[in-house]
Write a protein that binds this ligand. Sequence first.
Ligand SMILES: NC(=O)C1=CN([C@@H]2O[C@H](COP(=O)(O)OP(=O)(O)OC[C@H]3O[C@@H](n4cnc5c(N)ncnc54)[C@H](O)[C@@H]3O)[C@@H](O)[C@H]2O)C=CC1
Ligand SMILES: O=C(O)[C@H]1O[C@H](OP(=O)(O)OP(=O)(O)OC[C@H]2O[C@@H](n3ccc(=O)[nH]c3=O)[C@H](O)[C@@H]2O)[C@H](O)[C@@H](O)[C@@H]1O
Length: 446
Amino acid sequence: MKIAIVGTGYVGLVTGTCFAEVGIEVTCIDIDQKKIDNLHKGILPIYEPGLEEMVSRNVEKGRLKFSTSLADGIKDCDVAFIAVGTPPGEDGSADLKYVLAVARGVGEHMNSYGVIVTKSTVPVGTAAKVRAEIEKALARRGETIEFDVASNPEFLKEGAAIDDFLKPDRIVVGVASARAEEVMTKLYKPFLLNGHPIIFMDIPSAEMTKYAANSMLATKISFMNDIANLCEIMGADVNMVRKGIGSDARIGTKFIYPGIGYGGSCFPKDVKALIKTAAENGYEMQVLKAVESVNEAQKEVLFDKVTRHFGGQLKGKKMAIWGLSFKPKTDDMREAPSLVIIEKLLAEGCTVTAYDPVAVAEARHTLGDRITYAKDEFDALIDADALLVVTEWPEFRSPNFDVVARLMKQKAIFDGRNIYDAKELHEAGFTYHCIGIRTDHKEPVA
Ligand SMILES: NC(=O)C1=CN([C@@H]2O[C@H](COP(=O)(O)OP(=O)(O)OC[C@H]3O[C@@H](n4cnc5c(N)ncnc54)[C@H](O)[C@@H]3O)[C@@H](O)[C@H]2O)C=CC1
Ligand SMILES: O=C(O)[C@H]1O[C@H](OP(=O)(O)OP(=O)(O)OC[C@H]2O[C@@H](n3ccc(=O)[nH]c3=O)[C@H](O)[C@@H]2O)[C@H](O)[C@@H](O)[C@@H]1O
């Protein structure tokens, strides 16, 4: 089969490379000339574990190509995926201008039957708009080429994207014709051999499934953050509560880790977009509104703990930050909670030194030289009044605390990801604060 992926970002590049990995002929297309030039040189636009090796292997085999030309890329294609961004517009709704621009381009250049698939996260009704754009472009050309549209939302997580794509829990495909279903079944056949189910449905349901999935996951996180904050007030330990409820198979162990709020390019924007879609259609998403407001408040919890610890006197304090990206194993800084925390510390007159294994270049775009970037996690600690653990990169999990103590001016750790043991740190002489566990009292409230 021959396919095109339009948009070579986190989703497009992983999707294209994974399809090439199973032997499909793929062209990844992007309007960003620099991105494509770099890819030709083997330089990837994103950090994603394992991706660089997989890209170069498939380029060498001649199955994976990169281009800025939509016309060349979609020629004789069986399937064209639209995987461009759908950022939030001013009012929170998904901005479809990039998706519809690609649809227009497809209509202007397609030369034979193909299935045009939205992989971008798009609201219900978008596939119909894509169809209309393609039809208009074909009409302008005076052509009547047959085509189908389909919706195939993506569920990969950054940092684990390759595994998520190659071994998905499920593949969701919305179609409106038997022919499109047949093409999509053939395309995904190599993945189905491993027993992963493909769920066919109507197109609006597939479009809605993506928002419902992300909103459900965001709801679990906000719920747990709410419980964590209450645990702290009442003297319960949220880590124990998490294990206690997670062992109920109906609840499950995943996505119930409290922290400093969810970030990233998708949960914040998709929750907003679903609230907006509902409002536009006369319905209020009450649960999701609460999910959002809990999340906004949660991003400030670590800063509030720091402020209380120093009695509101933050001016001139040196803060060490471990982790900048919104989650480990990615360089993605979009909606990273670190940005909220750092801005607040800077506004109070703190100096900030941060270390992140891969996200520094991305962080510089937003934070510039207003903070110092350390060469490693220990370098960040020199003379620090406090350490804030913001992203739970594996290398932060078990540092040599003797070295940590020696380097810091004051032994105070604020752990936004609950990766340390309070008892161990107290015994080592640290003041330790985390999320959802009262570390200053031993006894429960009542
Ligand atoms: N990042 C993630 O983990 C996931 C993202 N999604 C969804 O996938 C979509 C894409 O997200 P990302 O890959 O993160 O975005 P991204 O911003 O990393 O990549 C989008 C790419 O599209 C390119 N582009 C824009 N207009 C174009 C055009 N007319 N022709 C060709 N290329 C064009 C941009 O230059 C950019 O390289 C979004 O709708 C997002 O919600 C879905 C699942 C996971
Ligand atoms: O639509 C998308 O873009 C993707 O969004 C999320 O993936 P991603 O944002 O890459 O990362 P997650 O692992 O879901 O983490 C999102 C945020 O939630 C936070 N989180 C996650 C899990 C948890 O238990 N607690 C928690 O606070 C993370 O720290 C992070 O800030 C979804 O997990 C993917 O299925 C989806 O495809």
